[in-house]
Unconditional design. Structure first.
Length: 265
């Protein structure tokens, strides 16, 4: 808990609230899986030895496929200047807690949607707003945050750094930690409150929509639209600012899905 009484690490609470807890699924079920083997070099063979895998966020194989996603359009054939609406469904099929969890103040999960026309030109689609309170924290923007890093750095006038470092308009699944002034922070001790918890719960499905007025210049022929979900341990602007190893900002692709449409002349 932070000095302001906010739970800054709540993975265990997320499991308790979710569907797995009542079914007797524990942390070990997924993080120390059981297999046939020996528990010591000279020990007996058991059918269910707990494997000390402890694989979490630092293992891309654990993160990959955590969310299953599908993108589909409301119409399959359209002419330039028509309006198409895409729906992306994201189903959390793998975690017992929310995704992302743990050091949630540092984790970034974002959904990027891009169309490629028959000429190979690409168009980035921004997510539709839903209109909930604090939604701005969940849509990538060119805005500053983390101004309270000026406290340990002894820079009282610190303006902050770029908040997200991912393409503007992409949906971000996160739990914003806020300082006493309501600005995003990665410092647990300075967390006075939290923004909207827009993470994907265990076995939850979230829907995102993308309404797109097709540009006039779109090339007739097949058009591909791909939704990709990425996971990052620490936002790139913070990694660059603090000078920590670049791997901390490596974007792991959680999943992607592509749909095909026809653009009529
Ligand atoms: C149903 C399977 C399942 C259960 C139960 C489960 N986890 Fe996880 N956990 C995962 C998966 C999959 C990931 C990788 C995706 C991610 O980072 O969330 C993960 C990741 C994590 C991470 C890394 C998160 C990060 O971003 O740093 C931590 C820490 C963690 N789990 C702790 C726990 C704890 C503590 C419990 C019990 C309260 C628990 N897990 C229960 C499946 C599970």
């Amino acid at each position: 808990m932070s000095p302001y009484g906010v739970w800054v690490k709540s993975t265990h609470l997320e499991l308790k609230e979710g569907p797995y807890y009542e079914q007797g699924v524990k942390c070990q079920t997924c993080h120390m899986t059981q297999a046939e083997g020996v528990s010591a070099d000279v020990g007996n063979k058991y059918p269910d030895v707990w494997q000390h895998l402890f694989h979490g966020a630092h293992d891309p194989g654990k993160v990959k496929g955590t969310i299953e996603l599908r993108i589909h359009p409301d119409i399959r054939e359209a002419e330039p200047l028509e309006v198409i609406r895409f729906t992306v469904a994201l189903f959390n099929q793998k975690t017992g807690h929310k995704f992302p969890t743990g050091s949630a103040e540092e984790r970034l999960v974002w959904l990027h949607v891009e169309a490629t026309d028959a000429k190979g030109r690409t168009y980035h689609l921004p997510v539709d707003r839903k209109g909930f309170e604090g939604e701005d924290f969940t849509i990538a923007a060119n805005t500053l945050a983390y101004q309270d890093m000026g406290i340990p750095l002894n820079l009282p006038d610190f303006k902050g750094i770029q908040r997200d470092g991912v393409p503007e308009g992409d949906r971000i699944f996160r739990l914003p930690y806020l300082d006493p002034q309501g600005r995003m922070t990665i410092m647990q001790w300075n967390t006075a409150s939290q923004g909207p918890d827009y993470r994907i719960g265990p076995r939850e499905t979230k829907l995102e929509t993308y309404t797109w007025s097709l540009p006039d210049a779109l090339e007739p022929g097949p058009m591909r639209v791909t939704a990709s979900l990425y996971y990052q341990k620490l936002p790139l602007p913070i990694v660059e600012f603090l000078g920590v190893p670049k791997e901390e900002a490596e974007a792991i692709e959680v999943n992607h899905h592509t749909t095909l449409l026809t653009i009529l002349p």
